[in-house]
Design a protein. Structure first.
Length: 229
C-alpha cells in the first residue's frame, strides 16, 4: 500500500516471516498489543456512550441479539469468519492479524465490565463517544504503525480491491454500508456516533500515523520493495 502514501506515511507490506526479520520487535510487538487493547477500550467507550457504534460494531451489536455471545466474543467470532473469506482472496495473515482477531474483542469485554453502567448525563455520553472515536484513531495508528500485518477486516478490504480492481475507497464504503445495513436488520445500534466515526477515523489515523510508524530495518524494507516492483 506504500504507493498510495507519502514517504512519511509509507508502510511496507510484509509476510509473516519477513515481519519477524524486519527488526525492532522490542518496540513493534508492544506497540501492536497496546494499540489493539486500546482499540477494544475505544469500542467499549462508544458502547457505553450509546450514541452509535462504528460500522462493523453495528453488525456485532445486532448479532448478539440472536446468539449467546458478549459483544467482544462477537467481535472475535466475526474476525475469524472474515479470515475464512481471506482464503479465496489469497490474503496472507500476519502476527498482527491473529492478535487483532483475539485482543480487540477481549479488551472490549473487560472494559465493558469496568464501565459497568450507561451514564445518564448527555455530556458524559458525548464525552465517551467522542473520546472513543479519538482513542480509536490513536489505537489504529499504533497497531498499523507497528507494521505487523493487517487486521481481518482490513485484509478483506485490500483483498477485494485487488481481486476486483476497484479502489480501496469504493470497497471500504461498500463493505461498511453493507455491514451497517445487515446490523440494522438485526437490531444493531446506529446513531450520530456512527457518522462521527465514519468521518473522523481516517483523518485522525492519518494525522497520528507519522508519529507512530516504526521504521523497519533497511535490508528487509529494501528487499520487500524490490520484490514488489
Amino acid at each position: 500500500m506504500s504507493s498510495t502514501l507519502t514517504p512519511r506515511l509509507a508502510l511496507t507490506d510484509l509476510g509473516p516471516v519477513a515481519q519477524l526479520r524486519a527488526g525492532r520487535l522490542g518496540r513493534r510487538l508492544p506497540q501492536l498489543v497496546v494499540g489493539l487493547v486500546l482499540y477494544g477500550v475505544s469500542l467499549a467507550m462508544m458502547v457505553r456512550g450509546d450514541l452509535g457504534l462504528a460500522p462493523w460494531d453495528v453488525l456485532h451489536s445486532g448479532l448478539i441479539r440472536f446468539v449467546p455471545l458478549t459483544l467482544g466474543q462477537a467481535v472475535i467470532a466475526m474476525s475469524f469468519v472474515v479470515l475464512i473469506a481471506w482464503i479465496p482472496l489469497r490474503e496472507t495473515p500476519g502476527i498482527g492479524t491473529v492478535l487483532n482477531a483475539v485482543l480487540i474483542g477481549s479488551a472490549a469485554d473487560l472494559t465493558l465490565r469496568v464501565l459497568d453502567h450507561d451514564p445518564d448525563a448527555m455530556v458524559s455520553r458525548v464525552a465517551l463517544t467522542v473520546g472513543g472515536v479519538v482513542l480509536c484513531g490513536f489505537a489504529t495508528a499504533l497497531y498499523i504503525g507497528a507494521q505487523l500485518g493487517r487486521g481481518p477486516r482490513d485484509g478483506l478490504m485490500t483483498g477485494l480491491a485487488r481481486r476486483t480492481g476497484w479502489s480501496l475507497r469504493l470497497v471500504r464504503t461498500g463493505l461498511e454500508v453493507g455491514v451497517v445495513l445487515l446490523g440494522l436488520a438485526l437490531g444493531g445500534v446506529l446513531g450520530l456516533g456512527t457518522v462521527l466515526f465514519a468521518l473522523a477515523i481516517g483523518p485522525l489515523t492519518q494525522a497520528m500515523l507519522p508519529w507512530l510508524r516504526v521504521s523497519l530495518d533497511p535490508p528487509v524494507a529494501d528487499e520487500v520493495s524490490a520484490g514488489s516492483r
